[in-house]
Design a protein around this ligand. Structure first.
Ligand code: GLY
Length: 355
């Protein structure tokens, strides 16, 4: 079924309406919890199953939410097989891995971020140091690298063999007019295929938590858009866009097309929607609707006027309720409310993907 713009599922968390909802929403409803008292919860993008388990284990042992989410995302940053974050992340168009990350700590109201950071596989740790050990909020590029080295971080090559091969395949197939050729038969006349913009990954992990004291924190970390122009910065390190935390309300973060989110500053809006009483899922859906409504460039829209890209949002409130929504169906998020193993929950969505 294709949903019309105005058919978006904003009121999906209403329990009474649950039976009428697509199955995509019912998982989220079934797991949403009453907001009677603050309870520990960790939520993350779908690549955060291990991250949420680790963070919850730390929270159960008494950790602050920020310590927990950073330890969680470090697992993904260190993982060579996740090519959207940290070590093994897909590089920029010149083959250099550039990382972005932000952190926000609810109890202190502080935040820190780094952008276009090279050669350091845990940008989330550097973002935290920007927060704690400078009078600034955001450091970029060479300055961020020099700051990291001053704090003892060691430079290393973040490009794995697999990521290099993916980048080389992209480069060799970028144009039939340039001098780079993919493997081909000597009889082939047309060599190279172009990769649609929409197939370039904008992975990322966002992870947010409420700890046992009811304090809220979050972290977003990414290698950004694959094959980007060097120096391109997405939404992840921009507080208010890729991450926002207010200890009185909750936290929100994003993955997906950062350019779209940068033009809407959705994370701070989601937190404000929650402050006004919206559930995390409803607040995320409202952010998706706003992005869809604000996207007017024809090249970014399909024949029905819908965004050709996806953006995903993840949110928790201080009471421990959680939810997520994406522009397009099929996305999931990871959540842990105290179990030994985290689980994946389908996200609400604006538009159903056509098969
Ligand atoms: N959302 C991640 C990025 O666009 O860089």
């Amino acid at each position: 079924m294709t949903l019309k713009r105005r058919d978006f599922l904003r009121s999906a968390t209403l329990a009474g309406a649950a039976a009428a909802l697509p199955s995509t929403l019912q998982g989220a409803i079934a797991t949403a919890r009453p907001s009677s008292a603050s309870r520990a919860v960790v939520i993350a993008s779908a690549n955060g199953l291990k991250a949420t388990s680790e963070a919850m284990q730390m929270i159960k042992n008494g950790s602050d939410a920020l310590d927990a989410v950073i330890a969680g995302v470090n697992i993904v940053e260190d993982d060579p097989n996740d090519n959207s974050v940290g070590y093994g992340g897909l590089p920029n168009e010149e083959g250099d891995v550039e990382l972005d990350s932000s952190v926000m700590h609810g109890p202190s109201g502080r935040g820190g971020a780094v952008a276009s950071l090279r050669n350091i596989k845990n940008p989330s740790k550097v973002a935290r140091l920007v927060m704690e050990r400078t009078d600034h909020v955001l450091l970029v590029g060479d300055g961020a690298l020099r700051f990291a080295k001053a704090h003892g971080f060691k430079e290393e090559d973040l490009l794995t063999e697999e990521s290099r091969k993916i980048w080389l395949k992209w480069k060799e197939n970028l144009s039939r007019e340039d001098d780079w050729l993919p493997p081909h038969d000597i009889d082939a006349a047309d060599v190279g295929e172009t990769m649609p913009r929409w197939e370039r990954t904008t992975g990322t992990i966002n992870c947010n938590a409420v700890d046992l004291k009811g304090n809220v924190s979050g972290c977003t970390t990414t290698s950004g858009l694959a094959f980007k122009i060097p120096g391109r910065v997405g939404d992840s390190p921009i507080l208010g866009a890729g991450l926002y935390v207010d200890n009185e309300v909750g936290a929100a973060g994003s993955t997906g097309r950062g350019e779209a989110n940068l033009l809407s500053c959705s994370s701070v809006m989601i937190v404000e929607f929650m402050r006004q009483g919206r559930s995390p899922q409803d607040a995320c859906l409202m952010a998706c609707e706003r992005i869809a409504g604000r996207t007017r460039e024809k090249r970014l829209l399909d024949a029905k006027g819908r965004p050709r890209f996806n953006v995903n949002f993840y949110a928790i409130n201080k009471a421990g309720d959680f939810g997520g929504a994406a522009i397009w169906s099929g996305a999931r998020f990871a959540v842990n409310t105290g179990e030994p193993e985290s689980r994946l929950v389908e996200m609400a969505h604006l538009y159903q993907r056509e098969r």
